[in-house]
Design a protein around this ligand. Structure first.
Ligand SMILES: NC(=O)c1ccc[n+]([C@@H]2O[C@H](COP(=O)([O-])OP(=O)(O)OC[C@H]3O[C@@H](n4cnc5c(N)ncnc54)[C@H](OP(=O)(O)O)[C@@H]3O)[C@@H](O)[C@H]2O)c1
Length: 324
C-alpha cells in the first residue's frame, strides 16, 4: 500500500496517528500569529496531525487556527490529531491534570488526541509561576516519571486525552516505564530527534518490539535556533550526499530527508511556516527511495543531536548519556 498524507499508523491503544505531522515550535522572535496562519494553511493543504506543546507558548493561536478550520467546515474535530506535551515543571502528580487543563483551556478544545511527557526529567519553575515560554532558567527537581505516568493514565481515563506517550526517553527509561508495577497503559509513542544524521535504528527496533511508535522531530535538521543549537553543526539540508539523492529523484533535499524517515517506518514531524514549503514538503509522498538510496542515506548517520539540551546534562534523568 502506498503511503499518502492521509495514511495513519495504528497505536497500541487502538487510536490512529497520521504519519505526517506539522511542527509548530518557533523561537520567541517569531510572532505567534505566523504559526496560527501557517497552521490554517497546513490544514487547507491536508495536514491532519499538529504537534505543539505548552512550553511553545502558542497553544492559544494554534487552537484558534484548528477551531477556525473546524468552523469553516474544512475539517471536523475528529479529523485532526493534536499532540500536546506536559512540560517538566508539571511532573508532580497533583500538577499533571492542571497542566493538561491549562493546555485545553488555551486551545479551547475538549480533549487532546495525544499527550506526552516532554522530557524524562522534572524541573522546578524558576519563579513563583509556571514558565510560559522556553527559557534557560532551570532548577532540577526529582519527581519520578513513574508517578507522573500514573497521573497521565488518570487523564486518559477521565477522557481528557485519547492517548498518552513520552518524548526524549532512552531505552533504559522506556524499560523502566514498561516494567512499572501496575502499569495500566503503555506509552503509544516516543517522540525523539531523528534524521539522516541521527537515524535512531536501535531505539526504533526497541520501540517496535514493544509496539511503541517512534515519532521523529528535527527531520529537516532542526530550527537552528542559536539559543538551543550549536551553529557549528552541519546544516542537514546542505549535505552533499542528500543533494545527490535529491537530484537523482528531481526532488528537494527536504523531501528526501522526510521520505528517508518515513520509509524507515517512523512518523515524520516537519515544521514550516511558509505556505510554499508546506505544500512542497507534501511531495515526499510522490516518490520512493530505492533500497540503495536508503542505505546511502543511512550511511550519513553520525549520532548528531542538534538539540542535546546540554544545560540539563547533570540531571539524573538526562537521557543522552546512554548510547540510545
Ligand atoms: N519533543 C521535543 O522535545 C521536540 C523538540 C524539537 C522539536 N519538536 C517538534 O518537532 C517539530 C519539528 O522540529 P524542528 O522545529 O526542530 O524543525 P525541522 O522540522 O527539522 O525544521 C524546521 C526548519 O526547516 C525549514 N524548512 C521547512 N521546509 C523546508 C524546505 N522545504 N526547504 C528548506 N527549509 C525548510 C523551516 O523553515 P520555514 O518555517 O521558514 O519553512 C524550519 O526552519 C517542532 O516544530 C516541534 O513541533 C519536538
Amino acid at each position: 500500500m502506498s503511503l499518502t498524507k492521509d495514511t495513519r499508523v495504528t497505536l497500541n491503544d487502538g487510536n490512529a496517528m497520521p504519519i505526517l505531522g506539522l511542527g509548530t515550535y518557533a523561537s520567541s522572535d517569531v510572532p505567534k500569529s505566523v504559526g496560527e496562519e501557517a497552521t490554517k494553511i497546513a490544514i487547507d493543504l491536508g495536514y491532519r496531525h499538529i504537534d505543539c506543546a505548552y512550553i511553545y507558548g502558542n497553544e492559544v493561536q494554534i487552537g484558534r487556527a484548528i477551531r477556525s478550520k473546524i468552523a469553516d467546515g474544512t475539517v471536523k474535530r475528529e479529523d485532526i490529531f493534536y499532540t500536546g506535551k506536559l512540560w517538566c515543571t508539571f511532573f508532580s502528580p497533583e500538577l499533571v491534570r492542571k497542566g493538561l487543563e491549562q493546555s485545553l483551556s488555551d486551545l479551547q478544545l475538549d480533549y487532546l488526541d495525544l499527550f506526552i511527557m516532554h522530557w524524562p526529567f522534572s524541573l522546578k519553575p524558576s519563579g513563583a509561576e509556571q514558565p510560559t515560554d522556553l527559557d534557560k532558567a532551570f532548577a532540577y527537581d526529582n519527581v519520578d516519571f513513574l508517578s507522573t505516568w500514573e497521573a497521565l493514565e488518570a487523564c486518559k481515563d477521565a477522557g481528557l486525552v485519547k492517548s498518552i506517550g513520552v518524548s526524549n526517553f532512552n531505552r533504559r527509561q522506556l524499560e523502566r516505564l514498561l516494567s512499572k508495577p501496575g502499569l495500566k497503559y503503555k506509552p503509544v509513542c516516543n517522540q525523539v530527534e531523528c534524521h539522516v544524521y541521527l537515524s535512531q535504528s536501535k531505539l526504533q527496533a526497541f520501540c517496535k518490539s514493544h509496539d511503541i511508535v517512534l515519532v521523529a522531530y528535527s527531520v529537516l535538521g532542526s530550527h537552528r535556533d542559536k539559543n538551543w543549537v550549536d551553529l557549528s553543526t552541519p546544516v542537514l539540508l546542505e549535505d552533499p550526499v542528500l543533494a545527490q539523492v535529491a537530484a537523482k529523484h528531481n526532488r528537494s533535499p527536504a523531501e528526501v530527508a522526510m521520505r528517508f524517515v518515513l520509509q524507515k517506518g517512523i512518523v515524520v514531524l516537519a515544521k514550516s511556516f511558509s505556505a510554499e514549503r508546506l505544500k512542497k514538503n507534501l511531495g515526499m509522498f510522490d516518490f520512493e527511495l530505492t533500497p540503495e538510496d536508503m542505505s546511502t542515506l543511512e550511511g550519513l548517520n553520525q549520532n548528531l543531536h542538534y538539540g542535546p539540551f546540554k544545560e540539563l546534562k547533570e540531571h539524573p534523568e538526562y537521557p543522552f548519556h546512554d548510547e540510545y
